[in-house]
Design a protein around this ligand. Structure first.
Ligand code: 5GP
Ligand code: ZN
Length: 119
């Protein structure tokens, strides 16, 4: 598995930086965002160091599928409400103009009662 020793999220995967973990398997880690925008705000990351979605190839198609199936389940477990009156927002900032600050692929999952701090 590719990792980058200088990457903050690789350090979280390695346990060198503490995080409030929600979920972990061989491939993904989910943990609460340190600066939440919403009552529920967590990040899902692949454990392998991919810079962004723009870094992926067709070899990652199955990983992307698993991620998309995992996100709604974790959103409910984290406290997002089910049904049309609940829901969540999933964001994947990609590249500088996409607003990406941490250069390790991650999806924000945000939800909970409005208003939110941002967004
Ligand atoms: P980006 O702008 O790259 O999409 O978002 C990066 C997110 O990572 C930000 O929401 C920021 O609060 C979060 N973040 C950055 N460093 C850490 C950290 O060390 N721990 C946790 N839990 N979140 C972090
Ligand atoms: Zn990384």
């Amino acid at each position: 598995m590719h990792t980058d020793p200088s990457c903050v999220f690789c350090k979280i995967v390695a346990g060198q930086i503490p995080s409030r973990k929600l979920y972990e398997d061989d491939e993904f880690l989910a943990f609460h965002d340190i600066a939440p925008w919403a009552p529920v705000h967590f990040l899902i990351i692949p454990k392998a160091h991919w810079v962004s979605m723009a870094d992926l190839s067709p070899a990652q198609e199955a990983m992307m599928g698993r991620l998309m199936m995992l996100a709604p389940r974790l959103a409910l477990e984290a406290g997002c409400r089910p049904g049309p009156e609940g829901g969540f927002r999933m964001v994947c900032n990609t590249g500088a103009e996409g607003g990406q600050e941490v250069l390790h692929l991650h999806w924000h999952v945000m939800g909970g009662p409005r208003p939110w701090a941002r967004g």
